[in-house]
Design a protein around this ligand. Structure first.
Ligand code: GUN
Length: 281
């Protein structure tokens, strides 16, 4: 019988703690600005959820929607204005951006101290160097979830499957900071199944429905599924075959209700942290 690691429940705990901390603040509430360029339907849903989450914990939020044809220069100009706005503690530029806009240039334009996505190269450097900074929300949420359940990471073999800049790479860095022995696997990895079978902590972020099957998992492993896919029946499934893997692992995140809710909860945490840092200066 595996322990179900509910991100939904843990996100509630994080939000309740944030509400308490906001109520004790002197001065202005934490403020988050979200820039959305174009009309991607999934982005609209995510941005709406971020706005709602801000309200729930007493943050100010501002959503700036821009047409898909907006120039990169205009977006950089807007980011520059928000960088100088003292009521804005966190700036998030919703991805994907239209093809004519460089994600790297936009991410690098956000002040590192307001970079609540943790995408700025300065924050990436701080993350790998073991320094204080703002780090990507989904991997931060996963580490928080494991701590919340008293799952020890120290010295464990952790395998991260997937090497994206948003999840895989920062996940590896955070697990290293938790003293795991970390391996990063990806689409070119030879014997991926063999690698998975060695992992005490298996984190999967590949976007392939139910790729990880029962015989890929080491008995007693902790399994974290970052995937959100529709299978051939239109059902929402993760990258892990949940029912198959359930009684071979010691703990597992469900889909939905596992990793998904953590991203926004830790976006709020990062915004709070950015506000605390700005008022300490
Ligand atoms: N689009 C999908 N996930 C994310 C995220 O974590 N941050 C941003 N900025 N855009 C996204």
């Amino acid at each position: 019988m595996a322990l179900v690691l509910s991100g939904r429940k843990y996100a509630r705990v994080v939000r309740a703690s944030l509400r308490d901390r906001v109520s004790e603040l002197q001065g202005s509430a934490p403020g988050l600005a979200v820039i959305m360029v174009g009309d991607d339907p999934a982005s609209r849903v995510y941005v709406g959820a971020k706005e709602k989450a801000c309200k729930k914990v007493g943050f100010n939020s501002r959503v700036i929607g821009l047409p898909a044809e907006t120039s990169e220069a205009d977006i950089l100009g807007l980011v520059g204005e928000l960088n100088c706005d003292d009521t804005v503690h966190g700036i998030l530029v919703q991805l994907p951006l239209p093809d004519h806009i460089s994600v790297d240039r936009v991410a690098s334009a956000v002040l590192p101290e307001k970079d609540v996505d943790g995408f700025h190269p300065v924050n990436v450097g701080r993350l790998w160097r073991g320094e204080e900074g703002l780090f990507p929300c989904t991997p931060s949420g996963i580490v928080g979830l494991l701590h919340h359940h008293d799952i020890s990471m120290r010295g464990k073999n952790a395998l991260v499957v997937g090497r994206s800049n948003i999840v895989g790479k920062p996940m590896a860095a955070l697990l290293l900071r938790e003293n795991c022995t970390v391996t990063v696997a990806h689409s070119r990895t030879v014997d991926l199944m063999g690698q998975c079978r060695k992992a005490d902590i298996l984190i999967v972020a590949v976007g392939k429905p139910e790729m990880i099957q029962r015989d890929w998992v080491k008995p007693g492993a902790v399994v974290v599924d970052v995937g959100m896919n529709r299978n051939s029946n239109g059902k929402l499934v993760g990258d892990v075959a949940y029912n198959d893997v359930f009684d071979v692992c010691s703990a597992i995140t469900p889909v939905p209700g596992g990793v998904g809710p953590l991203t926004i909860a830790f976006l709020l945490e990062n915004t709070f942290k950015a506000r605390a840092k700005s008022s300490a200066e």
